[in-house]
Design a protein around this ligand. Sequence first.
Ligand code: RTP
Ligand code: MG
Length: 140
Amino acid sequence: MANNRTFTMIKPDAFGAGNSGAILKMIEEAGFKIVAMKATKLSPEMAGKFYEVHSERPFYAALCAYMSSGPILPVILEKDNAVEDFRKLIGATNPADAAEGTIRKIFATSIEANAVHGSDSDENAAIEGNFFFSQFERVL
Ligand code: RTP
Ligand code: MG
């Protein structure tokens, strides 16, 4: 995946609350283009693989249960400086710490149910995008 791309998921809390459209509107208004998107649901095993980097963290089991609790919307996004700009748009992990106007401040309900994921590096953006999408399921 090119370095001007990042990967996000609308998480089960936001998807289930019917906030996907409002979140995608904020993302597009911030200048990101959608290059791949689908609705899907993770099994606990697949959630465990996606978040394997956190497998030693105390919240890992709860995170895998939560991320497989309902449908999600994985999305690949394109913009200059995509990874960094998207992390700014979503705000801090804990919505209590997130800046006003950020997606998590507006839509997250807890540190776990925090509405959206955002890749933390170009390398992880590529790995995470490839986890969900083949080359035929994205704009090349
Ligand atoms: P993400 O990977 O989803 O974009 O979130 P992040 O970088 O802001 O946070 P990270 O440290 O990577 O944590 C991944 C996700 O795990 C859940 N979490 N729960 N209960 C807790 O203390 C706790 N801490 C993190 C959140 O869903 C977080 O987004
Ligand atoms: Mg993270």
